[in-house]
Design a protein around this ligand. Structure first.
Ligand SMILES: CC(C)(COP(=O)(O)OP(=O)(O)OC[C@H]1O[C@@H](n2cnc3c(N)ncnc32)[C@H](O)[C@@H]1OP(=O)(O)O)[C@@H](O)C(=O)NCCC(=O)NCCS
Length: 184
């Protein structure tokens, strides 16, 4: 049985769908790029292995605490990136959101459009009450994406991440269901 129902999600320009084995090359191209991974929670990928592990884990669909979707351009089927709801806590009706686009796809509003559909799914289908994001405070593009969607900056945590040799802080953002598109 599939862990999540009513997928894929569709927007004007995008399809958000579970990853497939054939996505490994495209994922590797995106997540091996130093520019994309500058503020990510892991170093850039140096082999296809993490892509294969990620796809295999998603295909198992054993757990309902993590939903990752590939972001595909409807026009030509190109994989632009991924977005996720993870650490889904059904008792507290909350989850974290994560997202990344290949640098070739920045500046077109694709992530705003993709996260709009993912948040609709989270607050609607999954009945969440709160969605939060943990970002590097220096990641201006990520902060702008969240703020355009209505997320509020709620806190600042010092030295929360150590990636490679680099220690970095966290800015915590949150969005409540009642703040999202007139949800009750
Ligand atoms: C975070 C990230 C997804 C943001 O990408 P992005 O392209 O800036 O964000 P969006 O897809 O929402 O696009 C918004 C930008 O497109 C522009 N844009 C162009 N056409 C647009 C359209 N039709 N609709 C909306 N925005 C449009 C907007 O003006 C905006 O640019 P601005 O921020 O300079 O004003 C991207 O920087 C990324 O993948 N970074 C690497 C991974 C990462 O750091 N992820 C976050 C970890 S917490």
């Amino acid at each position: 049985m599939q862990a999540f129902q009513n997928l894929p999600l569709r927007t004007d320009r995008l399809v958000l769908r579970p990853l497939r084995e054939t996505d490994a090359d495209a994922l590797f191209a995106i997540f091996s790029d130093d520019t994309v991974m500058r503020y990510w929670s892991t170093p850039p990928w140096t082999s296809q292995e993490p892509a294969r592990v990620m796809i295999a884990a998603d295909l198992e669909q054993a757990h309902r605490d993590h939903l990752r979707l590939g972001i595909e351009l409807r026009e030509d089927g190109i994989l632009l990136g991924t977005c996720s709801l993870f650490s889904i806590n059904y008792a507290c009706r909350r989850a974290e959101v994560g997202y990344g686009l290949g640098s070739f796809a920045w500046g077109h509003g694709y992530m705003q459009e993709a996260l709009g559909a993912l948040l609709d799914f989270g607050f609607g289908e999954l009945d969440l009450n709160r969605i939060e994001a943990d970002i590097d405070p220096r990641n201006g593009a990520s902060a702008r994406t969240l703020e355009r969607l209505g997320f509020k900056k709620e806190g600042y945590l010092r030295e929360r991440w150590i990636v490679g040799e680099e220690v970095s802080d966290t800015a915590i953002y949150g969005l409540l269901r009642r703040e999202w598109r007139g949800q009750p």
